[in-house]
Design a protein around this ligand. Structure first.
Ligand SMILES: Nc1nc2c(c(=O)[nH]1)N[C@H]1C(S)=C(S)[C@@H](COP(=O)(O)OP(=O)(O)OC[C@H]3O[C@@H](n4cnc5c(=O)[nH]c(N)nc54)[C@H](O)[C@@H]3O)O[C@H]1N2
Ligand SMILES: Nc1nc2c(c(=O)[nH]1)N[C@H]1C(S)=C(S)[C@@H](COP(=O)(O)OP(=O)(O)OC[C@H]3O[C@@H](n4cnc5c(=O)[nH]c(N)nc54)[C@H](O)[C@@H]3O)O[C@H]1N2
Ligand code: SF4
Ligand SMILES: [Mo]
Length: 839
């Protein structure tokens, strides 16, 4: 029995390098339910982060009452983390689920039936199409729907309406991962595999707080770092996270760059590889283009210059580079500390450059994991509900567009491809100015999660745009909508999704949704039917009635593309484990890692994009691309470092950054409805360094006001382990509270009040991780800040707070069970073997 609030990662199962990660089955059943009372276990995968852990859902009396990890799944070998255990099912039977559609009447949202609600949407949509054409419609979707839902939405947008205004919150989340892959390798697609953990000599985590945000993957790393032959850990993060502590333990390095200086650091590390000859010249010559330009781009970035700009120790830069340069097998992971910064794509591509220079790609242990965050972000990118064309097709390539036109039996000119798709930040600007008059938001809560929230509230609440929201709950966003559609959630519908390392899982329906809630697929098909979208030959454009039919249509459309699903079916996915794409005749059991042969999808006729200038976002033309003749070679691309948009000033002397805590997921619609998770991190706080706190007379738990040029929040201070000059705020806390608690005005604790409306020039991902701010003390608190003590938000260790302010250890989760299996079941993909596609 384990309290997985106190013990985030559970019991260690260390094992030697090159051996299979032992299986441990973690299980949680809600209090009052015993294993014997579970009537059925239904196959699924966890939907609370991109790790994609295989789970079975426990069902009793028509309710979801818990989960257990699937021992046979390649992703998690049975393990689950705190969110997966406590947070997967509690929300589903919450009393405040949306059960009926709502429409705005006389300023208020009132309950109605589906016919009325959908009738209003369809009437508005038809009228706008007639009067203003398809560009009056915008769609802002998610990284949390299922593959089948994204594909249906993409077909509606691209072939039914013909609007380029469709994007996902994936723009806030993994747009940079996709952009970085496209720039380096020609197409999206994760090169690495989780099995690289079992083989690596070193693991570099760039702006990635994995112990809190992919807890099971971190448990997998701990089971190597706590063994006798541990890999070295290198942490790049301005906070002293658990990754940083592990870096210290393993003889690695913690590089804490000033917020917003990632690219300067990366240019310095790259330069070290050149200077010390840690470059595999033959491999680089055979498999890449651009090495000379890259060398000159990074030339000025000596360790001393990096130290000056980034505030790190020059010797630490040298040590980290040496670890990279002298290891044979490095695994790199990258996430929001890089993606949500300015120059996001350039910094993330720089990680690829390090691997390419060393020829460290496609081999066991030498992997890149440009992480995703959301569980189904990958599918949004694959299916094109983020604006891309389905199947990683290139909108600048007429042959690719024609392939889709043929598959859908529509005129190629219907499919918007005359310009890049409109990114989310631009969609909101169009909604602000009224050129998008119908904005349909599904499975995302932008009133809390988008930057500069005061502006977002204004846009959603204004008269200039008709807003449709499709959600499980009456969120901060839904409250501002004109029509609210009640959706069925995970476990209440069937569909597939794909995790960070391309592993596809089938998630089966376990229970009925509450009231009149319907699956997102059914809602989209209802709209498509009512609109009468048709093919050229007059048949329905979306002829499907079941998720499986959509899946099969999707699989067919991926034929010949890097993201090849043709060998997958629901039947195959009902087996013991998720399966990583590509799955086709050549790789019937899936593909553990890409690019084992050093051939990349960069050919001009095959690639997903002709690429961009990383500094400006300027596009490379087809002619220029063809002239480079990449022919399967990867691109080495660099960019000069420039400072962030907003630098500290006299008025705002500190650097503001935001992120997550282990116990809450995003805007908390699910995790705050779990008593165990919510109690562990019940309210907002802000982390300041001991030095900055002392300078301002701030003690642990004091109420402080944090201001930026855009707004302010008032929260309690955690005197913590963030680097001097930086301020960290969790972004989870909007208005909504679990029953029995009340927090008043959302704006006063919402981290995004302070963030900026600016984005990376290539990926268009907004910058949540740099702004200038000031922190001032308001008044004494009545105890420690409500921040967890178990991870990066732990109180500063050297500080002797008065007893009344000392943080109590975060603990008290309901008991879970955890059983280490004597023998680990075998998998179709041998985790200790080389990549399947080798040889
Ligand atoms: N518990 C939990 N897990 C989650 C989620 C969640 O909400 N809660 N969400 C999921 C999703 S969608 C995502 S996208 C992932 C995100 O997962 P992560 O990217 O790991 O999480 P963040 O906390 O956003 O940011 C990571 C780290 O970036 C650091 N950072 C801030 N500014 C900078 C900088 O300028 N440079 C560098 N190098 N680092 C910086 C922060 O200190 C932080 O520790 O997590 C997924 N998993
Ligand atoms: N300051 C700051 N802001 C950030 C970030 C940051 O690090 N700092 N991170 C950004 C990132 S990476 C992300 S991913 C976003 C996340 O931001 P959001 O996407 O806004 O966060 P969620 O709370 O996950 O919102 C998902 C919504 O979908 C609903 N939902 C869940 N399942 C279903 C379903 O099956 N159907 C339907 N229709 N609805 C469903 C949930 O109830 C919830 O309201 O936040 C971004 N915002
Ligand atoms: S690591 Fe992610 S996918 Fe796995 S159990 Fe935790 S939240 Fe779920
Ligand atoms: Mo995300």
């Amino acid at each position: 029995m384990t309290d997985r609030i106190a013990d985030i990662h559970g019991e260690r199962t260390p094992h030697p390098r090159g051996t299979v990660w032992p299986a441990r089955v973690d299980q949680y059943l809600e209090p009052g339910t015993s294993a014997e009372q579970v009537e059925s276990w239904v196959q699924s995968a966890c939907l609370l982060c991109s790790n994609g852990c295989g789970v079975d859902i426990a069902v009793r009396d028509g309710r979801m009452v818990g989960v257990r990890g699937r021992a046979t799944d390649v992703v998690n070998h049975g393990r689950l983390g705190p969110k997966g255990l406590y947070g997967s099912t509690a929300w589903a039977s919450a009393a405040d689920r949306l059960t009926r559609p709502l429409v705005r009447e006389g300023g208020r949202l009132v309950e109605t039936d589906w016919e009325t609600a959908m009738g209003r949407v369809v009437e508005r949509s038809r009228r706008l199409l007639e009067d203003k054409g398809p560009l009056s419609h915008g769609f802002y979707t998610s990284g949390q729907l299922f593959l089948e839902e994204y594909y249906a939405l993409a077909v509606i947008g691209k072939a039914g309406l013909g609007t380029p205004h469709m994007d996902g919150n994936t723009r806030l989340c993994t747009a940079t991962a996709a952009a970085a892959f496209k720039e380096s390798f020609g197409a999206d697609g994760q090169p690495g595999s989780y099995t690289d953990i079992e083989h690596c000599d070193a693991v570099f985590l760039y702006g990635h707080n994995m112990p809190e945000t992919q807890t099971v993957l971190w448990a997998r790393i701990l089971d190597r770092t706590r063994a006798d032959d541990p890999p070295k850990v290198v942490c790049v993060d301005p906070r002293r996270t658990l990754v940083a502590l592990e870096a210290e333990r393993t003889g690695g390095v913690h590089l804490a760059p000033r917020v917003g200086t990632n690219l300067a650091l990366m240019n310095g590390l790259t330069r070290e590889l050149f200077v010390h000859g840690w470059v595999d010249e033959d491999w680089v010559a055979a498999h890449t283009i651009g090495v000379d330009d890259l060398r000159s781009t990074v030339e000025e970035w000596t360790p001393d210059k990096v130290a000056e700009v980034c505030g790190v120790d020059a010797d630490d830069v040298r040590r980290a580079a040496r670890i990279f340069g002298e290891s044979e097998h490095v695994l790199s992971t990258v996430l929001q500390g890089f993606y949500q910064s300015h120059q996001a794509t350039a910094a993330s591509v720089a990680v690829h450059n390090l691997h390419l220079l060393r020829g460290m790609i496609g081999r066991p242990g030498a992997g890149i994991l440009q992480m995703n965050g959301q569980p189904t972000a990958q599918n949004n990118r694959e299916c094109g509900a983020d604006g891309d064309l389905p199947g990683f097709r290139n909108w600048d390539n007429p042959t690719h567009v024609q392939q889709l036109a043929d598959a859908w039996d529509v005129d190629a000119m219907t499919i918007p491809h005359w310009a890049p798709p409109t990114h989310a930040m631009q969609i909101f600007s169009y909604a602000e100015t009224g050129s998008i008059e119908l904005l349909w938001i599904s499975a995302t809560n932008p009133a809390v999660s988008m930057p500069e929230s005061a502006r977002i509230r204004r846009i959603l609440g204004g008269e200039q745009c008709f807003v449709v929201v499709q959600d499980l709950f009456l969120t901060e966003t839904a409250e501002l909508a004109d029509v609210v559609l009640p959706a069925a959630g995970w476990g209440e519908k069937t569909g597939c999704f794909t995790n960070v390392n391309r592993t596809v899982h089938l998630s089966e329906k376990a229970v009925d949704p509450p009231g009149e809630a319907r699956s997102d697929l059914d809602i989209l098909l209802m709209y498509a039917d009512a609109m009468g979208f048709a093919t050229r030959s007059g048949g329905p454009l979306l002829p499907w009635r079941t998720p499986e039919e959509v899946f099969d249509a999707w699989a067919a459309v991926t034929a010949g593309r890097p993201v090849d699903y043709t060998g997958l079916s629901y039947a195959k996915l009902r087996g013991p484990t998720g399966i990583p794409w590509p799955v086709n005749d050549a790789h019937p059991d899936g593909t553990d890692r890409l690019y084992a042969d050093g051939v990349f999808p960069t050919d001009t006729d095959h690639c997903e994009t002709y690429g961009h200038d990383l500094a400006t976002g300027g596009t490379v033309t087809e002619t220029e691309h063809r002239a480079m003749d990449p022919a399967g070679r990867a691109f080495l691309k660099g960019a000069a470092y420039v400072p962030p948009h907003e630098e500290p000033s006299e008025e705002y002397p500190l650097r503001y950054t935001t992120g997550r805590t282990v116990y809450q997921f995003h805007t908390r619609t699910k995790t705050a409805r779990s008593r165990d998770l919510d109690r562990a991190a019940p309210d907002a706080w802000v982390e300041v360094s001991a030095h900055d706190a002392a300078e301002r007379g701030i003690e642990e738990g004091d109420w402080v006001r944090v201001t930026s040029p855009r707004g302010m929040i008032e929260v309690r201070a955690r005197v913590g382990s963030v680097m001097d000059g930086a301020v960290f705020a969790p972004f989870h806390y909007g208005r909504w509270e679990p029953a029995g608690t009340e927090h008043g005005d959302a704006a006063h604790r919402l981290a995004n009040e302070l963030t900026m409306t600016v984005w990376d020039p290539v990926s268009k991902q907004p910058t949540f991780k740099t702004a200038a701010c000031q922190v001032t003390r308001l008044r004494a608190g009545d105890g420690p800040a409500p921040a967890p003590t178990t991870a990066a938000s732990a109180p500063h260790p050297d500080r002797s707070a008065p007893p009344s302010r000392r943080a109590r250890p975060t603990e008290g989760g309901a008991p879970t069970t955890s059983v280490v299996l004597a023998e680990t079941p075998t998998y179709p993909l041998d985790p200790s073997g080389p990549g399947r596609e080798e040889g």
